[in-house]
Design a protein around this ligand. Structure first.
Ligand code: NAD
Length: 506
């Protein structure tokens, strides 16, 4: 057993002070910030008023007019300095993620490492924002694409990646020439304030960042709505539930703003007879139970060939029974708390529905933890079919297990849900793995082989199809969402030939 920790309240105060967050921002406000570890109040933050929202967006727009003219590699220098600040603050910020979101220490640190990685990526990208030179059909003409800063980016984020999502957006937006106004989850305002303090330190060292280049607006849904409705916000990047995306999408579309939606997932893994079960068991355990099932990429559905169903289930049952659940600050804890009581209510409702739909539930009960924190044993649920409860996303550690031996049927089950974020196959048959990754395979934004569906690297584009929203963030060419493209055709000749041979002689 580990030594008892200081209460989350005392630790949070010490961390916020060390992270340079102005005390006035986290004391005396009307909104209580709670630690899911014990359920206790760890700070009182101030919601942004409608007037403060308008002012932050106006300042960001003014900053845009300056920042767009700064050369991109120079903009990259600010992001390099931000990465340095995050490196220096990694252990404290990671710890604050643990206190505020309930992630294990290793996962909290991993989240900050992801922020550092995307900063490094964006610094390199700041010298690679290039367009194409395109063949033109007209003589003595040149045609090319150029990429320009877009405008203010509004970021709305979910509680479960309280800081990484901001960095995926901001590191790219800043090198692309765009200011960012961020509405973090109302459940995790403190890590957002700490990240803004790190940004301000970087901006001070940089010396010429315009005021308003990065802002945090703490608050609930109404603050997010103000961002989405404002004409000056040219890209709305919103991460959260599909229900949120259904509200945000049409409002942004009505004013022709760009939207980048990163919404709910309902991720499956297929296990085939040739699978390496040692790898599969470890990958499934991490993907299904890690972060207490509160990742958008959490493994929620397992589609297993009958030949390996029993050996796999008995190993998973052992792993589920033995996994250490409790205070995420303790060494050895792999499963921390659920974020709040509503999450537990949703989990227990889903388990009731699963039983009613023929499921056999193993685990899923409350277990003791510190204070009023909500701790649960992850649930393994054998289902006779992919019924309604399996097809919906319940943001909790529930893994539904389905038996299916036919490869095409397994792919069909993988795809037969409304969401399309992540997926995986465990097989050593190259025909199966290639088919899974092909046009007739998984329909998700992420399709993995012999690794689980969660824990993406920043180098690849991240996001999913269907009700997951279609957005892509982080690596590959995701940066293009943060810039506007211009096609330039230049005539350097002495005549004016028209395209398609059209004649218009005056
Ligand atoms: P949520 O939808 O409750 O809240 C997300 C954010 O949206 C919060 O900041 C909230 O205040 C804001 N919001 C809610 N309604 C809004 C509205 N009408 N207008 C503007 N903003 C609004 O989600 P949550 O419970 O914080 O997070 C869990 C969900 O997020 C899960 O569904 C999970 O799959 C999803 N998620 C997706 C990704 C991804 O990359 N696809 C990543 C993380 C989480």
């Amino acid at each position: 057993m580990n030594a008892p920790w200081q209460g989350p309240l005392a630790e949070t105060e010490a961390l916020l002070t060390k992270l340079g967050v102005d005390q006035r921002l986290w004391t005396g406000g009307a909104r209580a910030a709670r630690s899911p570890i014990t359920g206790e109040i760890i700070a009182r933050v101030h919601d942004a008023s409608p007037d403060e929202c308008r002012r932050a967006i106006a300042a960001a727009h003014d900053a845009f007019l300056i920042w767009r003219a700064v050369p991109a590699p120079r903009r990259g220098e600010l992001v390099r300095l931000l990465g340095d600040e995050l490196r220096a603050a990694k252990s404290e910020l990671g710890r604050l993620v643990t206190l505020e979101a309930g992630k294990t220490v290793s996962e909290g640190l991993g989240e900050v490492q992801e922020m550092i990685d995307i900063c490094d990526y964006a610094v390199g990208l700041s010298r690679q924002l290039f367009g194409l030179a395109i063949a033109t059909e007209r003589p003595e003409h040149r045609m090319a694409e150029t990429w320009h800063p877009l405008g203010v980016v509004g970021v709305i984020s979910a509680f479960n990646f309280p800081v990484a999502v901001w960095s995926w957006n901001s590191a790219l937006a800043l090198v692309c020439g765009d200011p960012v106004v961020w509405k973090p989850s109302e459940k995790t305002p403190l890590t957002a304030l700490a990240v803004q303090a790190a940004f301000e330190r970087a901006a001070q060292k940089f010396g010429e960042a315009p005021a308003g280049l990065s802002a945090v607006l703490v608050g609930g849904r109404e603050v997010g709505e103000a961002l989405v409705a404002d004409e000056r916000v040219r890209l709305v990047s919103a991460t959260g539930s599909t229900a949120m995306g259904r509200m945000v999408g049409p409002v942004a579309a009505a004013r022709f703003a760009r939207v980048l939606l990163e919404l709910g997932g309902n991720n499956a893994a297929i296990v085939r007879p040739t699978a390496d079960l040692d790898i599969a068991v470890r990958a499934i355990a991490f993907a299904a139970m890690g972060t207490a099932g509160q990742r958008c990429t959490t493994l929620r559905r397992l589609i297993v060939h009958e030949d390996v169903l029993e050996p796999l289930m008995s190993r998973l049952e052992r792993a589920y029974a033995s996994v250490q659940i409790g205070d995420p600050r303790d060494t050895g804890t792999l499963i921390g708390p659920l974020i709040d009581e509503a999450a537990w209510q949703a989990m227990s409702r889903a388990l009731d529905d699963a039983r009613a739909q023929g499921g056999q539930v193993i685990g899923g009960e409350r277990v003791d933890g510190p204070g009023e924190g909500i701790y649960v044993r992850p649930a393994l649920v054998r289902m006779p079919a992919q019924s309604e409860v399996v097809r919906r996303e319940t943001f909790a550690p529930i893994l539904y297990v389905l038996a299916s031996s036919d490869m095409d049927e397994a792919i069909a089950l993988n795809n037969d849900v409304a969401q399309g974020l992540s997926s995986a196959i465990f097989t050593n048959d190259v025909r199966e793995s290639e088919k899974f990754c092909s046009a007739v395979g998984s329909d998700c934004g992420i399709a993995n082989v012999n690794i689980g569906p969660s824990g993406a690297e920043i180098g690849g584009a991240f996001g999913g199809e269907k009700e997951t929203g279609g957005g892509r963030e982080a690596g590959s060419d995701s940066w293009k969402a943060y810039m506007r493209r211009a096609t330039n055709t230049v005539n350097y000749g002495r005549t004016l030939p028209l395209a398609q041979g059209v004649k218009f002689d005056i």
